[in-house]
Design a protein around this ligand. Structure first.
Ligand code: ATP
Ligand code: MG
Length: 388
C-alpha cells in the first residue's frame, strides 16, 4: 500500500485544448513549492496530479501546496492496484486512520470509476465497500445525507482511497495569464490586489515608490517584507524601488497644492508603464478601491488612466474595506501592512486634495514640469531586488 498526495485541478480542468498546458504549468509550480522537501515522483493520472513522497513529509507539503494557485483540493491517498481485495484492505486502513484521527460515527462511500473496464459499477461498488466497513467497525453506521466522513474511491489506472479533501486557493497557475506590475505600497490594499491577480494566473513583479530620506529605510524594509509574504504564493518577485522625492519636490514647488496627490499618482503610473514596457509586462495592478480615499473617485481614476496606455487592473475596486482586511489576514500580510511606517504619499499630503480632477486642468498643471526628464531620472536611479 503506497501513500501519495493527490491534487485536484478546478477551473483548469475545463480548459479543453489548453488543458495540457495548464497542467504542466501547475506541475512546474508544485515542483517549485516542494523541491526542498524532497519527493520521488510527480505524475498525472486521468485528471489529477499525484505526488509520490515519504508520508512523514505530507503535512509540510500540504502546507506549501495550499499556496499554489490552480489547485482546488489536496488529499492524502492510499494507492493500490485495481484489485477488489487490495481496494478492500485500503478502504479498511483509510477508515481506521480516520477513526484514530477523529471521532466519526457515520460514513458514506463515494466511488468514481474513471476506468469503465473495471467490472463493478460505482454505486454497486460503494454499497459493497460500505458493507465491508460496517462489518469491520461495529461503531460505524451509514449516513448518505450528512456523514461524518466520506470514503472516496477513485478507480483509474490504479485505485486511490482517501477520506480528506483539503482546500487550496483555486484560481489558475501563475504565468497562464500574462504578467502584471504591481504598484506595491506599504498599505493593506496593494498586497491583497497582487494576491488576487496572481490567483488569476498573472505573474507578478512589483514597483515601490519612496521619498528617501524623507521616508525611512525601515519603511522600505516593510514593503520588502510584504513582497516576501506575497512570494510564498507567487514564487520569486522582481521588485523595483524608485525614489520620487525629486518629482514630489518639483510638483510641490510648481503646481497647485491640491493637485499633489493626483499629479504624483500620474507619475507613478508613467514610471510603472516605462518599467513594464522594458520587461514585456502587459498590465499594471493597483490596490485602489472606489471611494475609499479622496483620490479614489471615478474622476480620479480616469485622470490617472489617461497618463498611460497600459491597462490598469484594480481587483479591489468593488470591495469593502472589511472584506479586503479579511483577505489580508488570510494571506498573512495584514500584520506587516499595519506596522506604522510612513509612505511617500504622505510626505507632501495636501490639506484639501482635489477629488474631481479634470484632465484639462491636470494637463495644464503638468506643462510647467519636465515630465520626460523626471521619469527618466527616477528610473535611472531605481534599485532592483529579487525577493524570494
Ligand atoms: P494601499 O493600502 O495599497 O496603500 P491606499 O488605500 O493607501 O492603498 P492610495 O494611497 O490611494 O490608497 O493608493 C492607491 C494605490 O496606489 C495603492 O493600492 C498602490 O497600488 C498604489 N500606491 C500608492 N502609494 C504607492 C507607493 N508608495 N508605491 C507604490 N504604489 C503605491
Ligand atoms: Mg497607502
Amino acid at each position: 500500500m503506497d501513500k501519495v498526495l493527490s491534487v485536484s485541478l478546478g477551473e483548469i480542468a475545463l480548459k479543453g485544448l489548453n488543458r495540457k498546458y495548464f497542467e504542466d504549468q501547475l506541475i512546474k509550480h508544485i515542483r517549485r513549492a516542494i523541491k526542498d522537501i524532497g519527493f520521488e515522483k510527480i505524475y498525472k493520472e486521468q485528471g489529477k496530479i499525484y505526488i509520490q513522497a515519504e508520508e512523514q513529509f505530507f503535512p509540510q507539503m500540504i502546507n506549501r501546496l495550499r499556496k499554489v494557485f490552480g489547485l482546488v483540493y489536496i488529499s492524502p491517498c492510499i494507492k493500490v492496484e485495481k484489485d477488489v481485495d487490495e481496494i478492500e484492505n485500503a478502504v479498511l486502513e483509510a477508515v481506521k486512520e480516520k477513526i484514530e484521527a477523529e471521532k466519526i460515527k457515520t460514513f458514506k462511500v463515494d466511488t468514481n470509476r474513471a476506468d469503465k473496464n473495471f467490472p463493478i459499477k460505482s454505486p454497486d461498488f460503494s454499497r459493497q465497500m460500505g458493507g465491508v466497513i460496517l462489518k469491520a467497525f461495529n461503531e460505524l453506521s451509514v449516513d448518505v445525507h450528512t456523514p461524518d466522513t466520506l470514503v472516496y474511491i477513485d478507480i483509474k489506472q490504479n485505485a486511490y482511497i482517501y477520506t480528506d479533501k483539503i482546500k487550496g486557493h483555486g484560481g489558475m497557475p501563475i504565468g497562464t495569464n500574462g504578467k502584471g506590475l504591481l504598484l506595491l505600497s506599504g498599505g493593506i490594499d496593494s498586497p491583497v490586489a497582487g494576491f488576487l491577480m496572481a490567483k488569476r494566473g498573472v505573474e507578478i513583479s512589483a514597483v515601490h515608490y519612496h521619498s528617501y530620506p524623507f521616508t525611512s529605510e525601515r519603511a522600505e524594509e516593510k514593503v520588502k517584507d510584504l513582497a516576501r509574504i506575497l512570494s510564498r504564493y507567487t514564487g520569486k518577485i522582481t521588485m523595483y524601488s524608485v525614489n520620487i522625492l525629486e518629482i514630489q519636490k518639483e510638483i510641490n514647488a510648481k503646481c497647485p497644492e491640491k493637485e499633489m496627490t493626483i499629479l504624483s499618482r500620474r507619475f507613478m503610473m508613467r514610471i510603472a508603464e516605462r518599467i513594464a514596457e522594458k520587461q514585456n509586462i502587459n498590465a499594471l495592478i493597483t490596490g485602489e478601491s472606489l471611494g475609499q480615499v479622496a483620490s479614489q473617485t471615478i474622476e480620479g481614476i480616469s485622470v490617472t488612466n489617461a497618463a498611460v496606455k497600459l491597462p490598469i487592473l484594480r481587483p479591489l475596486v468593488g470591495l469593502d474595506k472589511v472584506d479586503i482586511i479579511e483577505i489580508a489576514k488570510d494571506i498573512e500580510t495584514f500584520e506587516t501592512s499595519t506596522l506604522p511606517f510612513e509612505d511617500c504619499c504622505t510626505v507632501f499630503l495636501p490639506k484639501h486634495p482635489v477629488t474631481k480632477p479634470r484632465i484639462e486642468d491636470i494637463e495644464k498643471s503638468e506643462e510647467v514640469l519636465d515630465v520626460e526628464y523626471l521619469i527618466e531620472n527616477a528610473i535611472e536611479n531605481m534599485k532592483v531586488t529579487t525577493i524570494e
